[in-house]
Design a binder for this molecule. Structure first.
Ligand SMILES: Cc1cc2nc3c(=O)[nH]c(=O)nc-3n(C[C@H](O)[C@H](O)[C@H](O)COP(=O)(O)O)c2cc1C
Length: 260
């Protein structure tokens, strides 16, 4: 028998290999954590810019993002909050903590969030000192998980500039078509509120009848993905309504300068 074929040697090789591999995995996980976080932030920034139609091909995201002003909004009062440090705000921590969030009921939890944070970050883009776009974080359940994205509105606070998702678990080719540029392009120019302020925007089943008076509030459904499509309708209804940014939108509408 070859001397290397003993149980002891086999075990030593196996254990050493495991130790080396786990050390390598731990090292890369720790070393790459900062890089992963930085990439996540960059991706969110590019989606915010893209939703607002500000992402230029080949443009530097960090540089372009300098034109965006982030602010914390108190969702209850609809006013901007200057006490909470923007760098310390974390959506998931705020939405889990009972002192900074509310529990939603079966009646009002249309986006299936369970809890809603009392504060959110919103993004403003000014050009020539005039508000050019307001970009609102939105999220809600699709078929497989929570879809997270950004909705950008024009200064009239009802016309959509764009809708972008940066995180979801929907099936590629079905619900995953929420990332399809052609579908995303159909959101531009749609309106979210009726003249009396009701949230009317929805993803319908099938194609929008362009001659219909409701067409400006409707977006084509994703075929074979009605659950995801309804999820998008529900998350927009929630975040544009009284439990979401409704109070902020009303405050901004009341201010001629669109600033509070
Ligand atoms: C493997 C698999 C993945 C699916 N993924 C999605 C999805 O991401 N979003 C969705 O709405 N429906 C998805 N569906 C289909 C739903 O179960 C359901 O049939 C569909 O939403 C109904 O839409 P329709 O009325 O447009 O056909 C999936 C089905 C299967 C079998």
């Amino acid at each position: 028998m070859n001397n290397n074929d003993t149980i002891k040697k086999t075990l030593i090789v196996a254990v050493s290999l495991c130790l080396v591999c786990s050390a390598l995995i731990s090292f890369s996980a720790v070393e790459l954590r900062d890089l992963q976080e930085a990439n996540k932030t960059l991706d969110k920034q590019s989606k915010i810019l893209s939703a607002a139609g500000l992402l230029k091909e080949g443009g530097d995201v960090t540089e372009l993002f300098e034109s965006i002003e982030a602010r914390i909004v108190n969702l209850e009062t609809g006013k901007f909050d200057y006490q909470i440090n923007l760098d310390e705000y974390e959506e998931s921590a705020f939405s889990r903590n009972p002192s900074t969030s509310i529990e939603l009921t079966a009646n009002n939890d249309i986006a299936l969030l369970k809890r809603r944070e009392n504060f959110q970050t919103v993004y403003l883009h000014y050009s020539m000192e005039k508000l050019n776009a307001i970009i609102l974080p939105v999220r809600g359940y699709g078929l497989w998980g929570t879809m997270k994205g950004y909705l950008a509105l024009q200064p009239d606070l009802k016309t959509i500039i764009g809708l972008e998702f940066f995180d979801h678990k929907e099936t590629p080719g079905l619900g995953g078509e929420i990332d399809n540029p052609k579908w995303k392009a159909t959101w531009k120019g749609k309106e979210v509120y009726s003249d009396s302020g009701d949230v009317l925007i929805s993803v319908i089943k099938g194609s929008v009848d362009r001659s219909s008076s409701q067409a400006k509030y409707q977006v084509d459904g994703l075929s074979g993905a009605t659950i995801t499509s309804n999820g998008v309708t529900n998350l927009l209804s929630f975040w544009l309504g009284d439990m979401g940014y409704g109070p902020l939108i009303n405050t901004l509408k009341d201010q001629e300068s669109k600033d509070v």
